[in-house]
Ligand binder design. Sequence first.
Ligand SMILES: [Zn+2]
Length: 412
Amino acid sequence: MNCRICNTLIEEPFLSLKNSPLANSYLSKENLYKKEEYYPLNLYFCNNCKLVQVDDFVSSKEIFNPQYAYYSGYSQTWIEHCKNYVDYIVKRISLDKKSKVLEIGSNDGILLEQFKSYNVPVKGIEPAEEAADIAIKKGIDTLKTFFNNKLVYNSPELLHQDLIIANNVIAHNPDLKDLVSSMKHILKYDGVITVEFPHLLNLILYNQFDTVYHEHFSYFSLTSIQKLFKQHNLIIFDVEEIPTHGGSLRIYAKHDDNITHQVKSNVENILIKESEFGLNNLSTYINFKNKIEELKRNILKLLITLKDNQFKNRKYKICAYSAPAKASTLLNYCGIGTDFVEYTVDLNPQKQNKYIPGTHIPIYHPDKIKEDKPEYVIIFAWNIKDEIIKQLDYIREWNGKFITLIPEPDVI
Ligand SMILES: [Zn+2]
């Protein structure tokens, strides 16, 4: 494939996660026995700009269709994260009722909602219709469309933004040039862009291979995103390491001719950290591939042992909690279906009574766990593991145990 940032030809992937269905295309019962679309899921590393990426077999339009079922509002950890960010950014760049704030991929409005108490005007852009409707019902001004050149060049009211927020969206857009140039176009002279994305360093360090799926086109380090922003005359002047999604970066960017914000030493520090870790060398990714293949064997070993014991002693059940997109990658790559995991449960009603794509594990309401009293509950959404363990503390009443599979299989 050709690199999404610098167009360098990349001959072959460093890791193949087999053919896989789209991770967020949960199946209804009617579609369970119909043909499913599978696409190759391969990870490539560009030795020139250092971007890690998957090929785009599907367009954003196919992924973020009206049925797209991701809602940020179901996680308490995420709500708190949004609130803390808003409290901080309002003060840091002195936002008030005259400011303009725009969020790209505003989902159900969980972040923009937090600006209400500060009376800062906000606007969201969200192509997934159901999520956008939830935000609109909450009174958050939301455009149900894609954020791109076509939109910003035809919408003068979007110009002169004081703050543009793009949290966990930059990975989801295959057309990085269009996305970043659109942000540049509507940014006020002294405006700030903040972008959050899972840090590639943590993906490699903590075996987070399940965060790889077709909807995530790019896996950024500070090194690669800095190159992308430079192409569009934007300077990253600050960066923070934050705990969301297994360890993310939040970058702060500005126009390169804006002298309001000094470039902080954090930027250089994280670039050095990435370089020392080996994030810029192909050999690191080859080692990662070997680690992931070993992890797959360890996950299967644990599940086979539990299943064998279950067979001898027919009492217990193995189920799971949560049905994030990453469960789809993990289950599909490891070949784990209802033969190992009877069902999963999820708080999101849009996912309930549906099936995980590919492996067809059914998704129920969380109350099923209380009724069934399973001995083992696998937590697929390891990024909010602590929140889930607290919520499901009651499984201890019947000696239930939690299992996490990333970075290594663990029974808690
Ligand atoms: Zn490149």
